[in-house]
Design a protein around this ligand. Structure first.
Ligand code: ADP
Ligand code: ADP
Length: 234
């Protein structure tokens, strides 16, 4: 089942006479259960692409189909519903709310949902086990490590069972041990729960956890590697 399809996406910044093509002829498709990495040099268009897929920026032309809905055709209100119901986000700088506990942060995306309390409890506990954060559920972000913060953010990204999880340099601020722990947990979620994940990263080690890695250069997708071609030695 196709979760994401980008068709002839272009993004042009600037005005007549002084335009910059940040994205050109982007065509890509992601199937349910994939774990896809996006790599490319600084300024190649990764953030622009991720912002467009996140629905917070719009392409100059082209279509984006996520879970059978063309997000280009949606108005602001529809987009905000769509983001809440269909997408999960993980940012480099965690974006946790300091006034809420780890558990409350994880539960934020379910604030407006009708999921029964018992199931919510079950989901949180399951995620806390997957991400190894059961002991810190009642702590505040101020009292936990960067790695723990990012595992909390990842739990929050997935708790509402989104169609697609978009991660922007999730290991960018982590030491290598914390990065490994996060990546292993994301892999587990991908394998066990069929979570569909797209991750922008500078880090080849992080990318080696993906099943497929796309390389972007000067706004164009230029190369694709599959698992097996990019091998990690424990
Ligand atoms: P990356 O995330 O790969 O570093 P970006 O997507 O941030 O690359 O940027 C791609 C190109 O588009 C860069 O040359 C950048 O300067 C340009 N760019 C990004 N956002 C804007 C903007 N709002 N206005 C003008 N140029 C932009
Ligand atoms: P990152 O790649 O770390 O996510 P940003 O997406 O914020 O960083 O910016 C990437 C590049 O795009 C930077 O070089 C920045 O100068 C450029 N850029 C971002 N926004 C604008 C803008 N409004 N006008 C011009 N350039 C921009």
């Amino acid at each position: 089942r196709s979760i994401l399809k980008a068709i002839n996406v272009q993004k042009v910044f600037g005005v007549k006479g002084n335009v910059y093509k940040a994205l050109e002829d982007i065509n890509l498709e992601i199937q349910e259960g994939e774990f896809v990495g996006i790599m490319g040099p600084s300024g190649s268009g990764k953030s622009t692409l991720l912002n467009i897929l996140s629905t917070i920026d719009t392409p100059t032309s082209g279509d984006i189909i996520i879970d059978n809905q063309n997000i280009i055709k949606m108005n602001e209100e529809q987009l905000s519903d769509f983001r809440r119901n269909k997408l999960g986000f993980i940012f480099q700088d965690y974006n946790l709310l300091d006034t809420l506990t780890v558990k409350e942060n994880i539960l934020l995306p379910l604030a407006l949902s009708k999921v029964p309390a018992k199931e919510i409890e079950q989901r949180v506990n399951e995620l806390a086990d997957t991400f190894g954060i059961r002991e810190i559920l009642n702590k505040y972000p101020y009292h936990i490590s960067g790695g723990q913060k990012q595992r909390t953010a990842a739990s929050r990204a997935i708790v509402a069972n989104p169609s697609l999880i978009l991660a922007d340099e999730p290991t960018g601020a982590l030491d290598s041990k914390s990065a490994t722990s996060l990546l292993e947990s994301l892999s587990t979620l991908n394998k066990v729960k069929q979570a569909t994940i797209m991750m922008v990263t500078h880090d080849v080690y992080a990318a080696s956890f993906c099943k497929r890695v796309l390389f972007i250069k000067d706004g164009r997708l230029v190369t694709e590697l599959h698992k097996g071609q990019l091998q990690r030695k424990e």
